[in-house]
Design a protein around this ligand. Structure first.
Ligand code: CUA
Length: 157
């Protein structure tokens, strides 16, 4: 079968783009430890503030030494706005929103999730010592650009 040169060129170009995109996915999974969120837990978004799961926000140390962070993302702040966790130990985040869709990204780490009203977003990660900026990466309104927080990972906490 004869395939025209230009046809061949575009076929190979398309194949190479597909290979590059697939490579980016594999790199994200293997090199950057990116994992799609798989936790499914619902919550009444109108009753977030009185829900016992979010009544006490902040950092809790579990009996096994791991840490749980309970936080709310709302227009236009994270509650609590400053989070202090131990470095080098698994930290599980539990987040929800009482209003609109927000994002929760800890810059420079693999911590990144959407925070959707009606759902509890949960993921676990570990931090190197340092101070990290938390940003909202879903446009949530006029104050979106000012919605940020701080995470401090300390050694020996
Ligand atoms: Cu919250 Cu953008």
């Amino acid at each position: 079968m004869h395939i025209d040169l230009y046809e061949r060129f575009w076929m190979w170009s398309a194949a190479m783009i597909c290979a590059a995109l697939f490579g980016a996915i594999v790199y994200g999974l293997v090199g950057e430890h990116t994992r799609p969120p798989s936790h499914i837990e619902t919550i009444d978004p109108t009753a977030v503030w009185s829900d016992p799961r979010f009544a006490q926000r902040g950092v809790t140390t579990n009996p096994d030494g791991s840490v749980t962070v309970t936080a709310i993302a709302m227009m236009f702040a994270f509650q609590p706005g400053e989070i202090r966790v131990p470095a080098g130990r698994p930290v599980t985040f539990r987040l929800t929103s009482p209003d609109v869709v927000h994002g929760f990204e800890i810059a420079g780490t693999n911590a990144n999730t959407m925070v959707i009203p009606g759902y509890v977003a949960q993921f676990t990660t570990t931090f190197a010592p340092g101070e990290y900026l938390i940003v909202c990466h879903e446009y949530c309104g006029l104050g979106h650009h000012a919605m940020m927080g701080k995470l401090i990972a300390e050694e020996g906490l």
